[in-house]
Ligand binder design. Structure first.
Ligand code: ZN
Length: 324
């Protein structure tokens, strides 16, 4: 239950004290802006702009030299693997604020949006540092995830001359994790409940797909204009912009294109470790789902898998994959 009355009043008063505060720590880039990080980024993003990676092309460009992709801005100050550590600097006001939310039952956190602006292109050798201010904490909101508060921060990036090179705002929702619904039958019998999976948001554009799944069919949307397949379902073709479509049924045969093994945090309704894979379906599109009945250590890129549609809780059907 959400806190109420005087307890909520005291809590919100406590939050107010954080609005406008610098979080107290400066993020200093571990490395100067450099060609190696830019190259890795461009490879990962599929960005082939020569001004980022080809010194000869960059020399002929308006920049006259190699520059970094503007969207890398935050990458220059990220803390690496250490960011995931539970140990935090006691001076960090942002983490302190999050702990206050946790202590009042708002332990869930989800990033909701970010805005960025770039003042200039960063060049090789630039030294980047950033400071972050807690800009705003919303009033209490009822959201699809539960009751919570939005926290807005603004991070300003500066170079070695203390000149601003860009900023980003970041908004997270700290929310009270809703109790997981229990199927009616198990509630009545008093048997140990099996937590339900999170439900997808159903709307005009995807309901047909879930109806196919309910009938045991793995459907793939197909553009009527250029016959490109696409998943998840959406109203317009990314290839030819046609909004006409039909669908084909997949055999469910595919190969693992990539995968991760999720161990933490555990969300009720799922079995851990959870293998989440991007599967190349033989029809020629990709599909994200779980690989089940397999030791996570045995999952490999390129492994042949077969989808079947099955109940993943008391009432929800999903396509899941097994080694073929
Ligand atoms: Zn198309």
């Amino acid at each position: 239950m959400a806190i109420s009355g005087s307890e909520r009043e005291a809590f919100e008063k406590q939050l107010e004290a954080y609005v406008g505060l610098d979080i107290g720590l400066e993020d200093i880039g571990k490395d100067r802006v450099n060609a190696a990080m830019v190259r890795h980024w461009c490879e990962a993003m599929g960005d082939s702009c020569g001004a980022y990676t080809d010194p000869a092309l960059a020399a002929e460009s308006v920049h006259g030299e190699l520059v970094a992709p503007p969207t890398m801005l935050q990458a220059w100050i990220l803390g690496g693997v250490g960011m995931a550590s539970d140990e935090s600097d006691p001076r960090d006001k942002q983490k302190e604020l999050h702990r206050i939310f946790d202590a009042h039952g708002f332990s869930g956190v989800v990033a909701t949006n970010t805005e960025q602006e770039y003042t200039r292109y960063l060049k090789m050798g630039d030294e980047i540092r950033a400071r972050t201010v807690i800009e705003e904490i919303s009033e209490q909101k009822a959201t699809g995830l539960g009751i919570g508060y939005f926290i807005n921060t603004r991070t300003t990036f500066r170079d070695q001359n203390d000149t601003e090179v860009g900023w980003l705002t970041f908004r997270v929702l700290k929310f009270e994790i809703a109790e997981v619904p229990v199927a009616a039958e198990t509630a009545e019998t008093g048997a140990p409940s099996r937590p339900q999976r999170l439900r997808p948001a159903m709307a005009h554009d995807n309901q047909w797909w879930w109806e196919c799944v309910d009938k045991g069919e793995l459907a793939i949307q197909r553009c009527s204009g250029c016959e490109a397949l696409r998943h998840p379902p959406r109203p317009m073709c990314g290839e030819c912009q046609s909004s006409e479509w039909d669908f084909v049924f997949s055999t469910g045969q595919g190969t693992v294109h990539s995968y991760v093994v999720i161990r933490h945090p555990e969300v009720p309704g799922y079995t851990y470790p959870l293998v989440v894979a991007v599967v190349d379906l033989e029809e020629g599109t990709r599909f994200v789902s779980n690989v089940v009945d397999v030791d996570p250590g045995d999952v490999e890129i390129g492994m042949a898998v077969q989808a079947t549609i099955e109940l993943v809780d008391d009432e929800m059907k999903l396509p899941v994959f097994r080694p073929a």
